[in-house]
Design a protein around this ligand. Structure first.
Ligand SMILES: Nc1nc2c(ncn2[C@@H]2O[C@H](COP(=O)(O)OP(=O)(O)OP(=O)(O)O)[C@@H](O)[C@H]2O)c(=O)[nH]1
Ligand SMILES: [Mg+2]
Length: 241
């Protein structure tokens, strides 16, 4: 694994200077419609757990959302499911303290909201997250949320190293896209991308989420970003139109 990582990072960082992440997936209208429709059914809260062993005993595919505290994990689950009451969010970091399981897409898929790591987090939450990631067979993809206004932090890098060592595949979602100008957002994305090219388990394509600004054009683009996340979640779980 070490040799593979070294080779990969050497290739990415020096021998192949033009290497980069994939551009966003261009979805057709029927694909967008299908992805949004899957999430239109009423989501259901299943349960909260303080240990991975208490996770629902089911074979339903699962995707999980993880990231630093306050990055926007719970908000994104609400937005994906069109339900602002599903998960409690807060401007105070460290709000989500348990693994929370939600059934979506008429029972075809479970989403998992996790506590954050970093500021105002607790060591046992980190242990619980890692235990879940190591053992949960039905986890199809981990989505790691990154706030581009803050960039990558030491805690993120520690998680990536861990995921790489364990071969756990993950994809990054850049949140709070509304908080930066387009130029600043692209700049932050570029820095994160360069950093991530040495990771072997990271799916090399960003997803984006944010709160729509006032203009119609922006609202459409933010809605499209959300649909793209739904599509990625469904694909990861093995579903396609
Ligand atoms: N401007 C903006 N604010 C956001 C966005 N997503 C989340 N927020 C805000 O960020 C704060 C934290 O959001 P949460 O969804 O609770 O974050 P979390 O990652 O679940 O946080 P913890 O549970 O504490 O780890 C809240 O005040 C949200 O309203 C976004 O896309 N844009
Ligand atoms: Mg939360």
């Amino acid at each position: 694994m070490i040799a593979k990582r070294w080779l990969h990072s050497t290739l990415c960082r020096s021998s192949v200077p033009g290497l980069s992440f994939l551009p966003p997936t261009i979805l057709t209208q029927p694909q967008k419609k299908w992805a949004d429709k899957q999430f239109a059914s009423q989501p259901l809260f299943i349960k909260s757990c303080s240990e991975w062993q208490q996770a629902p005993a089911t074979t339903v595919p699962e995707v999980a959302f993880v990231g630093r505290s306050n990055v926007g994990k719970s908000t994104l689950i609400n937005r994906l499911t069109n339900n602002n009451q599903l998960v409690k969010t807060s401007s105070k970091p460290g709000h989500t303290k348990l693994l929370n399981f939600f059934q979506v897409c008429k029972g075809k898929l479970n989403l998992v909201d996790m506590p954050g790591y970093g500021y105002r987090s607790q060591a046992e939450w980190g242990d619980m997250i890692l235990e879940y990631l190591h053992h949960r067979q039905q986890l199809k993809r981990l989505f790691v949320l990154i706030d581009p206004t803050a960039g990558l932090k030491e805690w993120d890098r520690m998680l990536f190293d861990h995921l790489d060592e364990r071969g756990i595949s993950y994809q990054l979602i850049l949140t709070k896209s509304d908080k930066l100008s387009a130029i600043a957002f692209d700049k932050s994305k570029e820095v994160i991308e360069q950093d991530m090219l040495s990771s072997v388990s990271c799916y090399p394509q960003f997803l984006y989420s944010g709160i729509p600004r006032r203009s119609r054009k922006n609202a459409e683009s933010v809605a499209e970003d959300l649909t793209r996340i739904r599509w990625a979640v469904l694909q990861a779980a093995g579903y396609s139109p």
